[in-house]
Structure formats: structure tokens, C-alpha cells
Ligand binder design. Structure first.
Ligand SMILES: Nc1nc2c(c(=O)[nH]1)N[C@@H](CN(C=O)c1ccc(C(=O)N[C@@H](CCC(=O)O)C(=O)O)cc1)CN2
Ligand code: GAR
Length: 304
């Protein structure tokens, strides 16, 4: 807009004073032609009055033409820049589930619909027949079993899992109802790149033993009036990583754990898609005290 307004001022019929003209021409138009028309204009100003009048009329026409060409040239450059604006590389996501996978499905659908600049390239689970694994199979998303246990002897070891994620060129790991401890090997392999959604307002009601309906039962028993999902970075311990995003829902006086779970889950689906979209657009920033923030898409100066 500034460039346009500069040129709209420059292109008006009024002759711009040389000091302003030189500034406009030098800073707003790189083409030498408009500089030469400026140069030509000042040279004719020192000749005789008549020649000067005719010359200045001619030069006004020339400078208007020059200006028009410059505007066209600058707008071509701007539109070229917009076309060639480097788009953010589409991110590759691994999602970990242990159950129904409704958060996984929300994220996958957002990727397919274009709301998220990413793709789910692999699903990891400890339950090969869980709802999330069945959905992934229907969508052609590779399913990987982790961790190796006596019940799942064919599942991957921690080192194998890291290698598989590397081969899928995974950028971010999203835990979505995954109920096993993520090993330190994976955490070290993907620094600041593993996220989890927890169905309470951490740090309350988190840690070992707090998963699924157990969380909502504890919230109700505590008398808390509010709950809601938390998305946080994953570190070596359950639910102690840096908090990135939260949403709040009311806890009603007669809520059952199932009713509260359902209310929180609606917000989980929205929040995880919003946060994943931010991740895939490189909109995570770090405050100087180490708190991660999300940069607003609409107004990049704002973070939340
Ligand atoms: N290194 C990390 N791994 C995982 C984290 C994490 O923050 N750091 N988050 C969990 C998800 N989660 C809460 O959001 C969570 C999941 C499971 C448990 C838990 O107590 N699990 C039981 C086993 C349950 C089962 O096998 O059915 C246990 O460990 O005894 C607590 C919190 C995912 N991984
Ligand atoms: N502590 C971990 C935990 O309790 N995670 C919770 O498991 C549910 C999985 O639902 P989904 O499989 O339908 O996404 C979600 O509510 C998630 O917050």
C-alpha cells in the first residue's frame, strides 16, 4: 500500500518538488528510467522560459508515462513476490493412540480439508485393534505397534521406533489418548516436537494413574467448577511438560464422569486442530522465561 500511495502521489498531475521527487524515485522505484525522467526534468528547468515551458509540458507527459511504467513494473515485482512467497513446508505428523482415536480423526480430517498444513504419515499404537488403528487402516495410513511387550512381541523397541519415525521423515509427534510412557530415546530424538493432549487443566489432575475417566472422576470429586483440555510438550514424565494451550469448560453440579468427559472432548477436538495448525505454520514462539506461546495467524504481533 505504501508503494502504491507513493506512486499515486508521484503520478498525480502536480509536479512533485525535486527533493521529494528524488526521495520517492530513489526509494520507491528501482527503475533507472524514472530517475532519468527526474534528471531530465531538472535539467530543462534551467533553460529559457519558452523552451522551458514546452519542455516542462513534454516532460510532464514523459514523467507521467515513466511513472505509469514504473507503477506497472513495481506492481509486477510485488505480484511476483506474492506468487513466489516461500510457502511453509507441509509438515509430516505421527499420531499415537491407544483407544477410539477421535482426536486423531479430527486432526486427520483437518489435514485432508486443508485446515492443517500437514499430513498424518504414520499411526503408532499399543493396541493393534483399537478404533484409531482401524480408522488409520481404512485411510491407508501405516500403523506401527509400540512398545514391544509380552502381549505384543512383534511391536517395536524404542530405538526401532525412532528409526521408523525418521524414515517417515516425521516432523511432529502428537499423542492423542496414548496410554504408555514415551521413552527418553524418542524425547531426545524429537526435542520440542512431541505434544500430548490431557483432559484436565494441568497441572491439576495429571500424572501416573490420571487417564480417561479416572481424570474426570477426580475432577468431579474435588468439587472443581471448571475443567478442560490441556495441550503440552512431552518430557520424560507424565504430564509435566511445558503447557502450550488450554480451554475451559464448566463442571456442572450433577455431572457424571461420562458427561464431563464428553463436554471436554468437544473442546479437545477443536483445540488440537488449532494447535496442530499453528505447529504446521511455524507459529510457536518461546517467551524469554521459557513459556511457549502461539502466534496469532490473524495478527502476528499477538501471541496467546
Ligand atoms: N514421557 C511421557 N509419556 C507420556 C505422556 C507424557 O506427558 N510424557 N503423556 C501420556 C498421556 N497421559 C496423560 O495425558 C497419560 C497416559 C497414561 C498414564 C498412566 O498412568 N498409564 C498407566 C498405564 C495405563 C494402561 O496401560 O492402560 C501407567 O503408566 O501405569 C498417565 C498419563 C502418554 N505418554
Ligand atoms: N492422560 C491421557 C488421557 O486421558 N487422554 C485422553 O484420552 C482420550 C482419548 O480419546 P480419543 O481416543 O477419542 O482421542 C481423550 O479425552 C484424551 O484427552
Amino acid at each position: 500500500m505504501e508503494t502504491q500511495s507513493l506512486f499515486s502521489g508521484f503520478c498525480s498531475n502536480s509536479v512533485i518538488p525535486s527533493s521529494k521527487t528524488s526521495r520517492n524515485l530513489l526509494c520507491s522505484s528501482p527503475s533507472s528510467q524514472s530517475y532519468s525522467s527526474y534528471f531530465l526534468q531538472s535539467k530543462y528547468r534551467v533553460s529559457f522560459r519558452r523552451q522551458c515551458f514546452l519542455a516542462s509540458q513534454r516532460l510532464r507527459a514523459v514523467s507521467r508515462l515513466e511513472c505509469k511504467k514504473s507503477v506497472e513494473k513495481v506492481s509486477d515485482v510485488i505480484s511476483g513476490m506474492e506468487d513466489s512467497k516461500p510457502s511453509v513446508k507441509r509438515k509430516r505428523l505421527a499420531v499415537f493412540v491407544s483407544g477410539g482415536g477421535s482426536n486423531f480423526r479430527s486432526i486427520h480430517q483437518a489435514c485432508v480439508e486443508g485446515a492443517v498444513n500437514g499430513d498424518v504419515v504414520v499411526l503408532v499404537t499399543n493396541k493393534h485393534a483399537c478404533g484409531g488403528a482401524l480408522y488409520a487402516g481404512d485411510k491407508g495410513i501405516p500403523v506401527v505397534l509400540f512398545p514391544k511387550t509380552k502381549d505384543e512381541p512383534d511391536a517395536l523397541s524404542s530405538d526401532d521406533l525412532v528409526n521408523v519415525l525418521r524414515r517417515f521423515e516425521v516432523d511432529f509427534v502428537l499423542l492423542a489418548g496414548y496410554l504408555k510412557l514415551i521413552p527418553v530415546e524418542l524425547i531426545r530424538a524429537y526435542p520440542r516436537s512431541i505434544f500430548n493432549i490431557h483432559p484436565s487443566l494441568l497441572p491439576a489432575f495429571g500424572g501416573k494413574g490420571y487417564y480417561g475417566l479416572k481424570v474426570h472422576k477426580a475432577v468431579i470429586a474435588s468439587g472443581a467448577r471448571y475443567s478442560g483440555p490441556t495441550i503440552h510438550f512431552v518430557d520424560e514424565h507424565y504430564d509435566t511438560g511445558r503447557i502450550l494451550a488450554q480451554r475451559v469448560v464448566p463442571v456442572l453440579a450433577n455431572d457424571s464422569p461420562e458427561e464431563l468427559a464428553a463436554r471436554v472432548l468437544v473442546e479437545e477436538h477443536k483445540l488440537y486442530v488449532e494447535v496442530t495448525a499453528a505447529l504446521c505454520e511455524d507459529r510457536i514462539v518461546w517467551r524469554e522465561d521459557g513459556v511457549p506461546l502461539i502466534q496469532s495467524k490473524e495478527n502476528p504481533e499477538e501471541c496467546y
